[in-house]
Design a protein around this ligand. Sequence first.
Ligand code: ASP
Length: 439
Amino acid sequence: MKKVVKFGGSSLASSGQFKKVGEIIRSDAGRRYVVPSAPGKRFDGDVKVTDMLYDCYHQARAGKNFTNTLANIKERYQEIIDGLGIGLSLADEFDAIAKNFAEDAGEDYAASRGEYLNGIVMANYLGYEFVDAAEVVCFDEDGRFDAAGTDAKMGERLRGLECAVIPGFYGAKPDGSIKTFSRGGSDVTGSLVAKATHADLYENWTDVSGFLMTDPHVVKNPIPISTITYREMRELSYMGASVLHEDSIFPLRREGIPINVRNTNRPEDPGTMIVESTCSKPKYTITGIGGKKGFASVTIEKAMMNAEIGFGRKVLQVFEDAGLTFEHIPSGIDTFSVFVNQQDFEPKEQQVIAGLHRAVHPDLIELESDLALIAVVGRGMRRTRGTAGRIFAALAHAHVNVKMIDQGSSELNIIIGVENRDFETAIRAIYDIFVTTQL
Ligand code: ASP
């Protein structure tokens, strides 16, 4: 078994955490390629090294003295090095960083040093070869990620290496300047390494034992999800449940490489397996419930709308012109609603109303705000009778008024619109009917 293992910032925040990680890696010879994040928070209120680096760089840019901030960052690594007893010196590296900061090497360069240094420490601790991500993760001149180039370079570089550490989060443009992914991007590097090495499994180690069926702030101790498909995860993640960086899914999905989300602090937990497809029957009809508050809906009414060619396109064009994306577009014979993020919509509200009047001459435009969307997701819902019936019965019992219903054509999800204030009650009612009452 060839495995790529990525460890998040909290898994590498201190020498104590590093030791746990070392044990995990050494306990399985298949764990050959390691992708570390930068040291994260050691406790609530602590600061991630990446944030310290951004801070330090901004001080340097403003012409301020950044010696102390850089010394604090060095201190974080020194604690790890001393705790591991590896006798490594990062003095030259820090001299180079200080010089480059003073010479304005760029914000991405600054942020990337957290992973870069942690990679050096990790490689030294494990006795693995260090491969600088700048050599193998490619961006084009405009800073766009180059998937094909990366796959080729990374594959070639790692082919001959039994074991290696590749720092997460960054790569380089053709001119050698450093470019990072968006925040949390070490997940993406992990999936790129897994793809390029044709790994059997990508283990993503973090501080939770995988995905829970729903938000633990809403339902107490929700059941962990043992297996979820990529599609189910997408449906849930766009509704707010994000454990993994979004862009880390696509490279692997096409390769059929599973991701196992694991907990560094509880390695005995199996975590969640994310797979392309599975015939393993989920224990419950639903896999999970996601949701998000803060939507607004714009309902356009016009008699004979269904006979008007191009009506939907014209409506959506108005939203496009205002730079707004839409979440859902439920429609009726003479009505068409567009659900949008309320915060994004509010400043553009009047522009949209005027645009709609001009574009489609509606009989009525109605706005509603403070709405929430809830996604009930599960491959087990397909070909199962009565799922929708159970959801709506449960919501009726809980006195929740349903404002909108939308079942995806894949039969993988049912989206329900409710008022913000009913959000938690609705999720609890759905969870209870599918899970608690089935235990
Ligand atoms: N260290 C980076 C961040 O804090 C990337 C990562 O941890 O994945 O966003």
